[in-house]
Design a binder for this molecule. Sequence first.
Ligand code: KIV
Ligand code: ZN
Length: 550
Amino acid sequence: MMPNPAEKYRPFPQVRLNGRRWPTRTIEKAPIWMSTDLRDGNQSLIEPMSIAAKLEFFEMLVKIGFKEIEVGFPSASQTDFDFVRKLIDEKRIPDDVTIEVLVQSRRELIERTFEAVEGASKVIVHLYNAIAPSFRKIVFNQSKDEVKALAVEGTRLIKECAAARPQTHWIYQYSPETFSMTELPFAREVCDAVAQMWRPTPDHKMIVNLPATVEAAMPNVFADQVEWMDRNMGFRDSIVLSVHPHNDRGTAVAAAEMAVLAGADRIEGCLFGNGERTGNVDLVTLAMNLYTQGIDPGLDFSDIDAVRRVVERCNQIPVHPRHPYAGDLVFTAFSGSHQDAIRKGLAQRVPGTMWEVPYLPIDPADLGRSYDAVIRVNSQSGKGGSTFLLERGLGFTPPRRVQIEFSHAVQQITDASGAEIGGDAICELFKREYFDAGGPVSRVDVSTLSVFGKRVTVAPPASTMSGDAYAQTVAAALGVDANVNWFETAVTASGDTAAFVGCRVGEGQTRFGVAVHANPALAVADAVVSAVNRSGRVAENVRQDEAVEA
Ligand code: KIV
Ligand code: ZN
């Protein structure tokens, strides 16, 4: 038994915020994105990235469209230092991309950081220190004033180093680490003191980044905290307000979205939610959530599988099969009713119109995914799933009656195996069931049929004869008391004729026959042969009908 939580954990305090505005707002444009894959993400890996891996990742981030990329913590890691130098020395940073580097409030670390970025045209220098009560008390044994002084002193040192290097465009970022667990007035006090030292202007803004270093409350509470800061912080018109959610409660995406409603201009996170513990907020999900609301995220995930491959290789962590937008299974339906709805939605889709396919919040094609995996069949599936795969594999849609009958054959197999059945196997099963049903009746050539080896001649149909009438003629010619009681045709994707007949032999049940042929008359004849053989009653009826000899 787990301990009584009421005796062990405190509920997170609510924020007293009168007339909160964020719940009534909507997001109308994408925030500024900052990828911290190469810093926060990298710091959380079992095996941090090599320079080669960082470079591959960096180039991919640029290709996706990130304009701000935190490339490392150069004063803490020689690999990061060398990587940053490589980017600068080899002129690998596009003009419209700004690199960012993290540093703590210590002179030697700040000086080392400026060494790392020397010569870059534009840099965000990112200072952080922990300010929440538990850190003040347990980790650092520092008073509020000491914590604030550390932030201000770090800012002063960075200002001094930046002033000495006017050839670089410097942007300053301050993160009150553990913001979300800090008393709001104190968080404001520290941020205001830092801004007071940096002196940002509307033309030369600084970034104040509010981390949920450990996600400790519901996303609405974080939104309240952000709105409180948005309302109460000094220098607001000279500050880019940023958030940095982590995902400890599994609600980082919601927290980030609500934070934007609450006034955040910028979001820091990682692709597919990599990052310390449960991860940083997932920038892929955030961007694609906007996209599905009709808002251009400014990030290009049109080949999501290629992005995923690079991330998996560099991070050495697989992306979950149910990851929104990118997982292997996220565009796959196994359940029968879902498959039926998706199949209908895709079939009725008119290109160029608004997307409206049940159970698919986004067109997989927009992410470079094919429709092949959309429907997969196992014992939970219905006729819709098999039909979708038949349509794709054989190029025609069997009529509903055949679909229902065939789905029983599929069900028998999936029930027995307990496993999935693939598209190729479904098509083979269909061919075996209907095209190669086998039995005493066969077609020998265009006008000759064989019944237990005895040849029967059926003249090809006159051009005025309907397919239905010809099916009746063929059935009658067999001399086995076969009656066609249902008939349909379709044109396949390759222009052949698919013929479907329902046929009753003697007093037996109606059985269906299916055939495909370039010659419509032969498709009809073959479909009748298929139905009669599938009836399983030919021998019985031949014995009664002396006209045909075995
Ligand atoms: O989670 C965090 O608080 C951080 C800071 C350094 C921004 O990663
Ligand atoms: Zn972080």
